[in-house]
Design a protein around this ligand. Structure first.
Ligand code: GLN
Length: 190
């Protein structure tokens, strides 16, 4: 199994380290030609969604990746990655991939002081550490989106078939369980 990590901006190295600890090979997606390589799943890291969206368009990668996600490529978006996958962003007119039936609220906890640590139940895993950095949360879900975790009542993790999102950063804690969950999603999709 090989997992591609979008590596145009943001916290992609931390995801690669988590996957390597789980014995999974990774490739980095930095330019359009990288899409010719084989990969079984995709991670969209945290960072700045506006910058990542702009670069994906400029590099000519957005439409191709969107088509693959719509065609069932397993994808895991963390933080900015969640925003990129959302069909609607409550406080931003932009839509990037727009493949998941969620409404995201950017910088939902405030712009500067909105970073905090929390521990909450994650459906199918149990209690896990959650690090939030200028994080969004999911204001509402529709269609067949399954809510997987909440923090302070707000939705912070969800899944819709091949798409998994967390508004926190599982790659910044020692706990490998959310990455393991994503790897299982890929295995079960085969
Ligand atoms: N605030 C960022 C955004 O709106 C997301 C922050 C993050 O990915 N840690 O894109």
């Amino acid at each position: 199994m090989k997992i591609a990590v979008l590596a145009v901006q943001g916290a992609f190295i931390e995801h690669e380290q988590m996957l390597s600890r789980l014995g999974v090979d990774t490739i980095e997606l930095r330019q359009r030609s990288d899409l010719e390589k084989h990969f079984d799943g995709l991670i969209i890291p945290g960072g700045e969604s506006t910058v990542q969206g702009k670069l994906l368009r400029e590099l000519g990668m957005l439409d191709e990746l969107k088509a693959r996600i719509e065609n069932a490529l397993p994808v895991f978006g963390t933080c900015a990655g969640l925003i990129l996958l959302a069909k609607k962003i409550k406080n931003d007119e932009r839509v990037h991939f727009g493949t998941m039936d969620i409404v995201a609220l950017r910088n939902a906890y405030g712009r500067q002081l909105g970073s905090f640590y929390d521990e909450n139940e994650f459906e199918g895993i149990g209690k896990i550490p959650m690090t939030f950095i200028r994080a969004p949360y999911i204001e509402s879900v529709s269609g067949n989106v399954e809510v997987l975790a909440r923090s302070g009542g707000n939705i912070v993790a969800a899944r819709q078939k091949n798409q998994l999102v967390t508004s926190f950063h599982p790659e910044l804690n020692d706990d490998l369980s959310v990455h393991k969950y994503f790897i299982d999603m890929i295995k079960n999709s085969k």
